[in-house]
Ligand binder design. Structure first.
Ligand code: SAM
Length: 271
């Protein structure tokens, strides 16, 4: 894998709008190395897994009532989840790099991956963050958090990434890798993929957005998924604007994708 060239100015700690830290080519190579399958096979794998899980548990995970969604996810086996999340895993390699590109600090940062599942979004986020960054995944289902912790995480230079997981609801105050409350204004990036836009109603999402706003430093980034079946992109943008965020961009994996990931910048930092 060709190492990316990180932008100059390391250590300044400001959001960079300079040259992207990685190329489309290096993202594609990294995605191919991890996914090993194309979108058609992943799509079929997901359809089969969804049908099998629906028959077995009679629960639908596609709910914007969060208690129903987490009950369905907790009723899945790890293998069922891997199948059900196949398309999401592919999409993450397209949306997360697009959302964060050219907007990350040059120095190592602190990041959270909300609703991190089995670590599929976390592995992309770990790859995108500057080497030396610390990343904590927060996931409701302890079995998924354990499976995520067993994976190998690499940054874009191929070096090991510092990644930790906690089993907790993101509706509770965010805790760090030591189980301590994440300090206000201490986080550079909060990511959410395939979760906040679909599995939370407006009231629940308000709770999560308040906590995201608390932990992010001024100028920090919230990369948050939205979905027309739940909280759509405009509603998501408004919800964060009411908490002092400015939308900086939107990304979709492809034109058929129902999910749009928004890049929201907490006001008050350098741009
Ligand atoms: C579609 S999966 C996405 C997983 C991961 N972000 C990815 O992109 O691969 C949604 C995840 O959200 C988790 N989840 C839903 N509600 C949650 C909550 N209140 N707190 C923490 N995790 C939650 C589910 O357990 C599930 O693992």
């Amino acid at each position: 894998m060709t190492p990316p060239s990180w932008p100059p100015g390391a250590g300044r700690g400001i959001i960079s709008i300079m040259e992207a830290a990685w190329t489309d080519d290096s993202v594609r190579r990294a995605a191919r190395g991890r996914l090993k399958k194309g979108i058609v096979r992943l799509f079929l794998e997901q359809a089969r897994a969804e049908a099998a899980a629906a028959v077995r548990s009679r629960l639908s995970f596609r709910s914007s009532r969060n208690p129903d969604a987490v009950r369905a996810y907790c009723a899945m086996t790890q293998a069922e989840f891997e199948g059900i999340n196949a398309r999401q895993r592919w999409a993450n390699w397209r949306t997360i790099p697009k959302t964060l590109r050219g907007r990350l600090p040059s120095r190592p940062c602190r990041a959270l991956d909300l609703c991190s599942g089995a670590g599929h979004s976390t592995e992309v986020l770990a790859w995108c963050l500057p080497p030396g960054s610390t990343l904590v995944g927060l996931e409701f289902n302890p079995a998924f958090a354990d499976a995520a912790a067993a994976r190998d995480y690499r940054d874009a230079t191929g070096g090991p990434a510092r990644v930790f997981f906690r089993a907790q609801s993101v509706l509770d105050p965010f805790l760090d890798e030591r189980g301590l409350l994440v300090a206000a204004g201490s986080v550079d990036v909060v990511n959410s993929s395939g979760a906040l836009g679909l599995h939370f109603d407006r009231a629940a999402l308000g709770v999560v957005a308040d906590e995201i706003s608390r932990v992010l430093r001024p100028g920090g980034l919230a990369a948050v998924d939205s979905c027309p079946k739940g909280i759509g992109p405009d509603e998501m943008s408004e919800l964060f604007a009411a908490r002092g965020f400015t939308e900086a961009g939107r990304a979709r994996s492809c034109f058929l994708d129902r999910f749009t990931q928004l890049c929201l910048v907490k006001n008050g930092g350098f741009s």
